[in-house]
Design a protein around this ligand. Structure first.
Ligand SMILES: [Zn+2]
Length: 145
Protein backbone atom coordinates (compact mmCIF):
# COMPACT_ATOMS: atom_id res chain seq x y z
CA UNK A 1 0.00 0.00 0.00
CA UNK A 2 1.28 3.39 -1.01
CA UNK A 3 0.28 6.12 1.48
CA UNK A 4 0.78 8.83 -1.15
CA UNK A 5 -1.73 7.12 -3.45
CA UNK A 6 -4.24 6.90 -0.62
CA UNK A 7 -3.75 10.56 0.29
CA UNK A 8 -4.42 11.55 -3.32
CA UNK A 9 -7.64 9.50 -3.32
CA UNK A 10 -8.76 11.11 -0.06
CA UNK A 11 -8.07 14.56 -1.47
CA UNK A 12 -10.83 13.83 -4.01
CA UNK A 13 -13.41 13.00 -1.32
CA UNK A 14 -15.53 16.09 -0.72
CA UNK A 15 -16.97 17.04 2.61
CA UNK A 16 -20.70 16.23 2.40
CA UNK A 17 -21.68 19.59 3.84
CA UNK A 18 -19.21 21.76 1.99
CA UNK A 19 -18.38 20.04 -1.30
CA UNK A 20 -15.84 22.75 -2.13
CA UNK A 21 -13.42 21.30 0.40
CA UNK A 22 -12.10 17.78 0.75
CA UNK A 23 -11.94 15.69 3.89
CA UNK A 24 -8.17 16.22 3.74
CA UNK A 25 -8.55 20.02 3.55
CA UNK A 26 -10.69 19.95 6.66
CA UNK A 27 -8.22 17.86 8.60
CA UNK A 28 -10.74 15.05 9.03
CA UNK A 29 -8.17 12.55 7.79
CA UNK A 30 -5.71 12.34 10.62
CA UNK A 31 -3.26 9.87 9.22
CA UNK A 32 -2.71 7.12 6.72
CA UNK A 33 -1.04 4.19 8.39
CA UNK A 34 -0.19 0.66 7.39
CA UNK A 35 -3.49 -0.85 6.27
CA UNK A 36 -5.73 1.86 7.63
CA UNK A 37 -6.91 5.42 7.38
CA UNK A 38 -7.54 7.24 10.65
CA UNK A 39 -10.27 9.86 10.61
CA UNK A 40 -11.66 12.21 13.23
CA UNK A 41 -15.17 13.58 12.75
CA UNK A 42 -15.47 17.36 12.82
CA UNK A 43 -18.23 17.24 15.37
CA UNK A 44 -19.28 14.21 17.36
CA UNK A 45 -22.98 14.88 16.86
CA UNK A 46 -22.58 15.72 13.23
CA UNK A 47 -25.01 13.73 11.09
CA UNK A 48 -22.50 13.90 8.27
CA UNK A 49 -19.99 11.73 10.13
CA UNK A 50 -21.33 8.42 8.89
CA UNK A 51 -21.67 9.80 5.41
CA UNK A 52 -18.03 10.91 5.43
CA UNK A 53 -16.92 7.43 6.41
CA UNK A 54 -19.04 5.90 3.65
CA UNK A 55 -17.67 8.33 1.07
CA UNK A 56 -14.11 7.45 2.04
CA UNK A 57 -14.94 3.74 1.96
CA UNK A 58 -16.42 4.02 -1.53
CA UNK A 59 -13.47 6.05 -2.82
CA UNK A 60 -10.96 3.52 -1.43
CA UNK A 61 -12.93 0.57 -2.83
CA UNK A 62 -13.23 2.20 -6.24
CA UNK A 63 -9.45 2.67 -6.32
CA UNK A 64 -8.85 -0.95 -5.38
CA UNK A 65 -7.91 -0.40 -1.74
CA UNK A 66 -10.56 -2.71 -0.33
CA UNK A 67 -8.25 -4.07 2.34
CA UNK A 68 -7.54 -0.63 3.78
CA UNK A 69 -9.62 -0.10 6.91
CA UNK A 70 -11.07 3.09 8.31
CA UNK A 71 -10.58 3.81 11.97
CA UNK A 72 -12.35 6.62 13.77
CA UNK A 73 -10.34 8.37 16.45
CA UNK A 74 -12.32 10.63 18.75
CA UNK A 75 -9.29 11.68 20.76
CA UNK A 76 -7.67 14.04 20.43
CA UNK A 77 -10.80 15.77 19.21
CA UNK A 78 -10.88 17.44 15.85
CA UNK A 79 -10.25 21.13 16.05
CA UNK A 80 -10.38 23.89 13.51
CA UNK A 81 -6.57 23.94 13.68
CA UNK A 82 -6.72 20.86 11.49
CA UNK A 83 -8.01 22.83 8.52
CA UNK A 84 -5.21 23.34 6.01
CA UNK A 85 -4.33 26.76 4.61
CA UNK A 86 -5.66 25.61 1.24
CA UNK A 87 -8.84 24.48 2.98
CA UNK A 88 -9.28 27.88 4.68
CA UNK A 89 -8.83 29.57 1.31
CA UNK A 90 -11.49 27.32 -0.25
CA UNK A 91 -13.89 27.97 2.64
CA UNK A 92 -13.46 31.70 2.19
CA UNK A 93 -14.09 31.39 -1.56
CA UNK A 94 -17.17 29.33 -0.77
CA UNK A 95 -18.53 32.04 1.53
CA UNK A 96 -17.85 30.39 4.87
CA UNK A 97 -15.77 32.29 7.36
CA UNK A 98 -12.73 30.24 8.33
CA UNK A 99 -12.33 29.92 12.06
CA UNK A 100 -9.59 31.85 13.74
CA UNK A 101 -8.70 32.87 17.23
CA UNK A 102 -10.45 36.22 16.94
CA UNK A 103 -13.78 36.28 18.66
CA UNK A 104 -15.51 38.06 15.83
CA UNK A 105 -15.78 36.47 12.44
CA UNK A 106 -14.63 38.20 9.28
CA UNK A 107 -17.36 38.56 6.68
CA UNK A 108 -16.46 36.37 3.69
CA UNK A 109 -18.39 38.74 1.41
CA UNK A 110 -16.86 42.13 2.19
CA UNK A 111 -14.08 41.42 4.71
CA UNK A 112 -15.66 43.49 7.48
CA UNK A 113 -15.15 42.41 11.07
CA UNK A 114 -18.31 44.20 12.15
CA UNK A 115 -20.22 40.96 12.48
CA UNK A 116 -22.51 39.31 14.96
CA UNK A 117 -23.54 35.78 15.81
CA UNK A 118 -27.20 35.26 14.99
CA UNK A 119 -27.59 31.68 16.04
CA UNK A 120 -25.43 28.99 17.60
CA UNK A 121 -26.78 26.67 14.93
CA UNK A 122 -26.34 27.45 11.27
CA UNK A 123 -27.26 25.25 8.35
CA UNK A 124 -25.79 22.28 10.22
CA UNK A 125 -24.89 21.66 13.87
CA UNK A 126 -21.23 22.16 12.97
CA UNK A 127 -21.69 25.74 11.98
CA UNK A 128 -23.01 28.85 13.63
CA UNK A 129 -24.91 31.46 11.73
CA UNK A 130 -23.45 34.94 11.60
CA UNK A 131 -24.48 38.16 9.99
CA UNK A 132 -22.40 41.05 8.71
CA UNK A 133 -23.46 44.50 9.92
CA UNK A 134 -21.67 46.16 7.01
CA UNK A 135 -23.20 44.39 4.03
CA UNK A 136 -25.98 42.65 6.00
CA UNK A 137 -25.16 39.31 4.41
CA UNK A 138 -25.65 36.22 6.55
CA UNK A 139 -22.90 33.60 6.53
CA UNK A 140 -21.95 30.36 8.22
CA UNK A 141 -18.96 30.03 10.45
CA UNK A 142 -17.33 26.89 11.70
CA UNK A 143 -17.60 26.59 15.42
CA UNK A 144 -14.30 26.57 17.20
CA UNK A 145 -14.04 23.64 19.53
ZN1 LIG B 1 -20.06 41.90 4.83
Amino acid sequence: MDPAAIWSILEQVPDPEIPAVSVVDLGIVRSVEEGKVVITPTYSGCPATLFIEQSIREALDAAGFRSVGIETALFPAWSTDGISDAGKEKLRAYGIAPPDLAKTATCPQCGSTDTEEVSRFGSTPCKAQWRCRSCLEPFDRFKCH
